[in-house]
Design a protein around this ligand. Structure first.
Ligand SMILES: Cc1ncc(COP(=O)(O)O)c(C=O)c1O
Length: 319
């Protein structure tokens, strides 16, 4: 059951996974005391937590609005778009996807085949600019509810407000020490923002370090503060009192581990994925590998910007 839905009955919620997700010490010799919260097991096992956590709030809101169609955007290998298409369909919603070309490898090819088989209506574009030009026509034709890339609107962000409350519950139950820092990758911002809002609501002074892995979207403190404020306003509107108003200083976002661009593995992230595999963890080098590389580097430089204990979220879904 969702702690947030219990606290804010005015919010629509549909359970799509089993929670709380487990926590345990992480033995990867990162040079610091690191715990793992394993979001990879959330959902039906096919996806992991990151996308499904957001859809638990987006799908009921779409139904409340009377929307019959979701419209969202991403690359031709978008996992978010596929999750939207499959979970949406299960709940009677059609999905329209605006897909922008990206470098094709085997993984992207397979993913595109899954998108084509998903029942979603696909529109393909050679660039983001062309997608933006076509968007008004798509909106007119399908009259959808538009969801930004990665599902990081205020409703999607609630998924990680929920995770922060879940972590607070696990701390209270003695399952892990209160984290000084939580580390997550930042691809569209909902994860880092939801956690930051959620810890404030839970009364924990845990900091969230966001390792920015996407240079295609504005993912700086002003942008995350705006998303946090929209999320807080939504919570207030649906009946939660004493919702914090976040400031830019509440966000610690760093792009030092991005490498050349979004989607490009770095030698450090590839090395983290290989080390994790030896310990039986299945990761990838574009999000999770880069966030582990950040922990290793910051711990090696004295760890002053990384107050412990550290909690690292494995947001990768074993697909
Ligand atoms: C594995 C993984 N981790 C983290 C993220 C980042 O989450 P957000 O988009 O909420 O910033 C994503 C997003 O695409 C992801 O696929």
């Amino acid at each position: 059951m969702s702690g947030l839905a219990q606290r804010v009955p005015g919010l629509g919620y549909v359970a799509l996974g089993t929670s709380p997700t487990p926590v345990r010490p992480l033995h990867l010799d990162l040079g610091a005391d690191v715990w793992l919260k394993d979001e990879s097991v959330f959902g039906d096992g096919a996806w992991g937590g990151n996308k499904v956590r957001k859809l638990e709030w987006i799908i009921p809101e779409a139904q409340r609005r009377g929307a019959r169609t979701l419209f969202t955007v991403g690359g031709i290998g978008t996992h978010w778009g596929l999750a939207c298409a499959l979970y949406g369909r299960e709940h009677g919603l059609e999905t329209v996807l605006g897909l922008v070309d990206q470098p094709v490898d085997d993984h992207v090819r397979e993913q595109l085949a899954r998108l084509e088989a998903s029942g979603a209506r696909l529109y393909r574009f050679s660039s983001t600019r062309r997608l933006k030009l076509a968007a008004p026509w798509i909106l007119l034709r399908h009259r959808p509810w538009y969801l930004p890339a990665g599902g990081s609107n205020a409703f999607g962000t609630l998924g990680y407000v929920e995770v922060a409350l879940e972590i607070a519950g696990q701390v209270a139950a003695g399952e892990l020490p209160a984290p000084g820092t939580v580390v997550v990758p930042v691809g569209s911002g909902g994860t880092v923002t939801g956690l930051t809002v959620g810890f404030r609501i839970a009364g924990l002074d845990t900091r969230v370090l966001g390792v920015v892995v996407n240079d295609m979207l504005p993912l700086d403190a002003p942008a995350m503060t705006r998303l946090a404020r929209r999320t807080s306003a939504l919570l207030r509107d649906r009946g939660l009192t004493d919702v914090p108003e976040l400031e830019e200083g509440d966000f610690d976002l760093r792009d030092d581990w991005l490498g050349t661009t979004y989607g490009d593995p770095t030698p450090a992230s590839v090395a983290e994925v290989a080390r994790a595999r030896e310990q039986g963890l299945d990761l990838e080098p574009v999000y999770t590998g880069k966030s582990l590389a950040a922990i290793r580097d910051l711990a090696a430089s004295g760890g002053s910007s990384l107050p412990g204990p550290i909690l690292w979220l494995n947001t990768h879904g074993p697909r």
